[in-house]
Write a protein that binds this ligand. Structure first.
Ligand code: FES
Length: 141
């Protein structure tokens, strides 16, 4: 007998066995903030030491509150889950408040990812910080 498993069930199992917590897997599978924002106020891009690329789009209102964030990512499950968690940490915050989020904050939201994937959290946070700093300095590309 052949047992058919849905692809997200199969991905969940693989990631779980690799050391990803359920929270991290949920962020990865849902990919809630993947994509781009039309008329973004800021678009910034960073390349990680692994060669993966992240682009962050920010929508900021006139009170300096971050209304929306999206990421485009060519990268691994760790990078995607970390970026999605980072968005939830900064949405509704001011630019300066958002600049205070760090790798540890994102790790706490994810609950756990494999140790060799911790640099992927760094890439997500560094890309977010780059976007926020670029926005502050008025740099548009
Ligand atoms: Fe490149 Fe995860 S391996 S971001």
């Amino acid at each position: 007998m052949v047992t058919v498993t849905s692809s997200s069930d199969a991905e969940h199992k693989m990631l779980s066995e690799a050391g990803y917590a359920d929270s991290a897997i949920k962020y990865y599978l849902e990919k809630k903030y993947m994509g781009h924002i039309e008329n973004a106020d800021q678009v910034s891009e960073k390349i990680g030491s692994c060669g993966d690329i992240m682009k962050v789009y920010l929508k900021v209102n006139k009170n300096n509150i971050i209304e929306d964030v999206r990421y485009e990512i060519t990268g691994c499950a760790g990078a995607i889950s970390a970026a999605m968690a980072a968005v939830e940490l900064v949405k509704g915050k001011t630019i300066d408040q958002a600049l205070k989020i760090n790798d540890g904050d994102v790790f706490k939201v994810l609950e756990n990812i494999p140790e060799k994937k911790h640099h992927c959290i760094q890439l997500a946070v560094k890309t977010m910080h780059l976007g926020l700093e670029d926005f502050k300095s008025g740099k548009t590309d």
